[in-house]
Design a protein. Structure first.
Lengths: 158, 158
DNA sequence: AAAAAATAATTGTTGACACAATTAAATGGG
DNA sequence: CCCATTTAATTGTGTCAACAATTATTTTTT
């Protein structure tokens, strides 16, 4: 793929380096997201629902305070992108048999969500392809450049 | 904001530096997109429809082959993120009086879209705030770091 | 202890996005 | 010149996301 300047066919340059960086980030993100969306969709998931399943698996492997099921509010906190409508996202996971709910006894307002065996095995099936994609979308960069990118992205996210 | 590792509260590290970079990119993109979404929404736009208006303004300022109205297909090509349903996106712009359509005489399959005066003045009103936001979301980085980030993002997008 | 405030999740509704199928017009080979 | 193919845009349909309002439960205040 050519550089951004030719990419968007703008005769005149960018308004500012910051704008260029912003557009670059958006384009790169879109380019890298695409393959993941496709992969997840083949298994009936969206990036967001995959993200939730990953969070739930993490909790089940390393239970917190003895719990292997997580309150909705804590799921939201850990998600990569903010989701204002977790309830129906969980609904869909439950319908597919990938997660289950149970109301917490200690506080009956909270609902704890846990990944099911079926959910775990779906994740397991995806682990290989996902790792492969992670490597593929970053294959344009060397190891040093990847870690450099990490540093810059973290620093940018103030 | 703390670094990603503490951010997502994962006890164990990342599967790979590539995965870390991918998550970092997604998080940073989400964090930077938020303010823009909010700003655009206040004026009845989405990032995608703003993007289209910007493209249309660019063409009107620097007309191509004498045309200041652009075929839908060319709009799609230039967009930051791929939009499979440009028709209805344009519908909404037309309903708001921000753009107008006309069928091309030389090829009656194509529909050319042009920004209206009202669309231009909306963009003009947004120019200041948008530039400000571009600077703000990148304010964590120095000028050198911004250009370095640009280099890495372009290189990554093979 | 009762009322008010706060918290957790759900629901209603609207709008936008994604994909497939379709229409309309132009092109190109027989 | 006509039919098949290609191209451009639109439409139909289902799913998902965003935001506000609501319910249920707990905590705080008086």
């Amino acid at each position: 793929m050519p550089a951004l300047k030719t990419d968007i066919k703008k005769k005149h340059g960018f308004d500012s380096p910051e704008q260029e960086a912003w557009l670059n980030l958006a384009r790169t993100h879109a380019a890298m997201t695409g393959p993941f969306v496709t992969l997840f969709k083949q298994h009936g998931l969206t990036p967001a629902s995959y993200n939730v399943l990953r969070i739930l698996r993490g909790v089940r492997q390393y239970p917190e305070r003895g719990h292997e099921a997580l309150p909705c509010a804590e799921i939201v906190e850990r998600m990569v992108t903010r989701v204002p409508d977790l309830t129906r996202l969980i609904d869909r996971l439950v319908e597919k048999g990938l997660a289950e709910r149970k109301r917490a006894e200690e506080d009956r307002r909270v609902v704890r969500v846990r990944i099911t065996r079926r959910g775990s095995s779906l994740l397991k099936k995806l682990d290989g392809p996902v790792a492969q994609l992670h490597r593929r979308v970053m294959s344009g960069l060397s190891v040093a450049e990847v870690s450099h990118l990490n540093r810059l992205l973290e620093k940018a996210r103030i």
